[in-house]
Design a protein around this ligand. Structure first.
Ligand code: RIB
Length: 302
């Protein structure tokens, strides 16, 4: 059976330390807890899709180190189709060094490793996966030319194309916008893409409108505890979220994107898909780590 959703993106092993606060430059701080968990924005989003009710295939790379098989297996146990996950000889898997503070904020350094070797040709090799899917999701932890190729191919095949522009360091190439149905940045990514300050609903709406002017089909700016701001074919709207006690916000955005995509693939209407993604993300922030924090469909309110 064809997977409904294809994710083109990164797989990382997350090395997580919890500390009272994030370290400043040159400072050494005592940590309180350390653990390693599978992560990576692409893999997290694939896991979220699988746990939240849609079939999914992953296209990405791992290295030939000890982490590679663990990252692949973490996807396989969730039922993610991993035929498109290659192994690169002589290269480390992607690794993310993450510090989470007592206020649940995090700081992340990502070393791309094998993610940096995901080529357009590798994605092209699994074109049958794209052809059989309804929804394509990309992020920015793999090379830009590979993202560009996948977005263009997704558009050419008439798929619903989602770009989560994370991490974002500046504007996207203008040619990408015409290929994107749903652009889903958080506030700092919306700011990086537009150059406009984004901190609340009003500023998020201005940034989203700017991204629409640039050519994005529909824009959803995720604002953490302030909810999400939608601008698109259905006008503009704010989606609030219920307050939760956050433990660790790592992969909250990935859970939103995966939940949203799974909902679209299952035929839900847009507003319901946004609310579903938010409910899933709200659960994820109450748990530690990336993939372990992502809820299953049965945990969400019907
Ligand atoms: O979005 C969270 C993810 O960002 C982590 O799992 C880490 O691997 C980094 O890629």
């Amino acid at each position: 059976m064809d997977a409904k959703v294809v994710v083109v993106g990164s797989l990382n092993m997350d090395l997580v330390a919890r500390a009272q606060r994030l370290p400043r430059g040159g400072e050494t701080l005592p940590g309180e807890r350390f653990f390693t968990v599978p992560g990576g924005k692409g893999a997290n989003q694939a896991v979220a899709v699988a746990r939240l009710g849609a079939s999914v295939a992953m296209i990405g790379n791992v290295g030939d180190d000890a982490y590679g098989p663990q990252l692949r297996q973490a996807l396989e146990v969730e039922g993610v189709d991993c035929q498109g996950v290659g192994e690169c000889a002589g290269v480390s898997s992607g690794v993310a060094l993450i510090v989470v503070d007592a206020a649940s904020q995090n700081a992340i350094v990502v070393v791309p490793g094998s993610n940096g070797l995901l080529s357009p040709e590798a994605v092209q090799r699994y074109d049958a996966l794209l052809q059989g899917a309804d929804v394509l999701i990309c992020q920015l932890e793999v090379p830009a030319d590979t993202v560009a190729w996948a977005l263009a191919r997704g558009r050419e095949l008439g798929k619903t194309v989602i770009l989560n522009p994370a991490p974002a360091t500046g504007p996207l190439p203008q040619s990408w916008y015409a290929h994107i149905d749903y652009l889903i940045p958080n506030e700092s990514e919306a700011q990086a893409l537009t150059g406009l300050p984004v901190s609340d609903q009003a500023s998020a709406q201005l940034a989203a409108e700017r991204l629409r002017e640039l050519g994005a089909g529909q824009v959803i700016v995720t604002l953490g505890a302030q909810g999400a701001l939608y601008v698109g074919e259905q006008g503009a709207g704010h989606f609030p979220v219920a307050a939760v006690t956050a433990l660790d916000t790592t992969a909250a955005g990935d859970t939103f994107v995966g939940g949203f995509a799974a909902s679209l693939a299952r035929g839900m209407a847009l507003p319901e898909a946004i609310v579903f993604g938010q409910q899933a993300a709200a659960i994820s922030v109450t748990r530690a780590g990336a993939q372990p924090s992502i809820p299953y469909l049965a945990e969400l309110a019907p």
